[in-house]
Write a protein of this length. Structure first.
Length: 304
């Protein structure tokens, strides 16, 4: 997608060789399957260091988001960035990664989804662009210990949240997929999977920490303490239409935490309906009466 630079074809060939290796199995089974099916899409940005060259990223991402549902359930968009890569440490790439996501957000023509939290410290937060929720993964030349996060060029993979529908943590397919990925991670990286890997929606999980996993696990506490670098533009939020009377439901996750969720919106991964519908206040009242884990502010974190 977009203009193919002189270095682009070699990067695609190298990545596909890695993904399709039948002996040294790449951990992400979704990426492997997408490569075999031809549903992986590629984009190229000329210079990681020069923001003036990032403009094509908008067109690349918009084009992909307009068509991804017609490709395959396990599709992704991989964007390679050119420029000088030697001599830069992981911290530089971490900052550049979040600068790129911020750049996309600040210049997004579509509003942030009305029901999606904008605070990255919310367990239901996810990056969004073009009105779509997207799981993002960054690979850099500075990663060495975690081979699964290494790439000769700086690389960002955009994976629509839609890809994960039907793979909830408590579903048979979801359990099998996570088991396979973690087994492959241990073999491929030669170490245990990072502690930041978790399930979307779990109270202790923070999606942003999974986007850029540090090579050294000891760096994780400092990242958590510093907080997510993403700064939402509050005026980018789409105004939500008020749900119809009774348009709420009580939901529960694998830890037994209760919340309320708009009936207009598909449930997030890890949350299921308990079969109680009604007004928002009625649903909250049910939670107050039946859940001893209720927090002073209502329900710990209200699912939006």
């Amino acid at each position: 997608m977009g203009t193919l630079p002189t270095w682009g074809a070699d990067r695609v060939i190298e990545l596909e060789r890695l993904l399709l290796d039948r002996e040294d199995l790449f951990p992400c089974t979704f990426a492997v399957s997408a490569t075999r099916k031809g549903s992986l899409r590629y984009g190229f940005v000329e210079d990681l260091h020069d923001e003036s060259t990032w403009e094509p990223l908008h067109l690349i991402l918009r084009d992909y988001l307009e068509n991804f549902r017609s490709l395959a359930r396990d599709t992704s968009l991989v964007v390679f960035f050119g420029g000088v890569m030697d001599g830069f440490a992981e911290d530089f790439f971490f900052r550049r990664f979040w600068q790129i996501l911020q750049y996309l957000h600040d210049n997004d023509r579509e509003r942030w989804p009305a029901d999606l939290p904008m605070d990255a410290d919310d367990p239901l937060w996810e990056f969004a662009y073009g009105g779509e929720e997207i799981f993002v993964v960054c690979n850099t030349p500075a990663h060495g210990i975690r081979r699964s996060r290494h790439n000769p060029e700086f690389m960002i993979t955009f994976q629509p949240r839609w890809v994960f529908e039907g793979l909830e943590p408590d579903s048979a397919r979801g359990i099998a997929a996570r088991r396979a990925i973690r087994t492959r991670l241990r073999a491929f990286d030669g170490s245990q999977p990072s502690a930041v890997l978790g399930n979307f929606g779990d109270p202790e999980n923070r999606e942003w920490l999974q986007y850029f996993i540090p090579d050294d696990e000891s760096a994780v506490p400092a990242l958590k303490a510093a907080g997510c670098p993403f700064r939402p533009q509050l005026d980018h939020r789409r105004v939500a239409a008020a749900p119809a009377p009774g348009g709420w439901r009580v939901v529960v996750n694998g830890h037994g935490h209760r919340s309320v969720w708009s009936s207009r919106r598909a449930l997030p991964l890890g949350w299921t309906s308990v079969g109680i519908d009604g007004s928002r206040e009625d649903c909250l009242q049910v939670i107050r009466q039946t859940w001893t884990g209720l927090q002073p502010n209502g329900i710990g974190r209200t699912a939006r």
